[in-house]
Design a protein around this ligand. Sequence first.
Ligand code: ZN
Length: 312
Amino acid sequence: MVAGVDVGGTKTLALLVAVDADGTPVVVDREQVPSDANSPEVVGSIVDALGAVLARASTPVERVGVGLAGLVDLTGVVRRAPNSAGLNDVDVVGAVSAAVGLPVVTDNDANCVAVAARALLAPDAQHLVAVTLGTGIGGGLVVDGQLVRGAMGFAGEPGHMVVDRNGVPCPCGQRGCWERYASGTALGRLGREAAEAGRGTSLVTAAGSVEQITGEHVTTLAAAEDPEAVVVLDEFADNVALGLANLLVVLDPEVVVVGGGVIAAGERLLARVRSTLATEYPHAVDRRNVQVLGSPGGPEAGALGAALIAAG
Ligand SMILES: [Zn+2]
């Protein structure tokens, strides 16, 4: 028995997971608490959610895995988290293991999604890319069957690949990062821009005002076939395809997994991403057989992967 925690921008989820001998995970309990990744109190939310499932566990829990947004170094200290300021330079391993009395491992949240996706969707895949489109964009890369961590543990951060050097400023200090165009945050911005240009009447009605339009309004209305929201979602999908094309030419994966809050848009988003890859980026997709899939486990994929990393 292991536990996995996923620390999101606004909530923290802990799972209790039984892993059988061939590595198949079964979720046996869950606890979600509200949290604010920009507040130092976010570590307390990890301990609260985890404490709840540990208290209810009927068999001993051996280890805990925690998935975090941002650059997590090889010792478990968060070194740079532009979208989770409350975690900057926090020793999450030390703080959480002291609080719960168990060994703790941490990893980047998109690495966790990559591990869960491989276990559940593509156990034979040796080359897999996972991207999580949420507040920012996380990335998890499996190459030759292994998670790629890099020299410091910071590898797989495609959200800060620059796609326009004169582009939108990013909290990381660069301009034109991919996540400014293809994260959940970016989807909200595209919705607001469409509304300001008079092409988002239904978005304004749903949100109450232009300023209040979020990515969720766009995905909800697009799912209901609202034509203006569909145009915004299609533009967004084209931005997603742009970054994926760059990853394909560098990494040549068999499977690309798309997760994060934006995946609520489901097949409508994925179908447009696939068709744009095929039409706009022939060099990236020709002679390959890449599958572009939605992440498994829905919003629990990150916590599930964290548990699998803890299980080793
Ligand atoms: Zn950036």
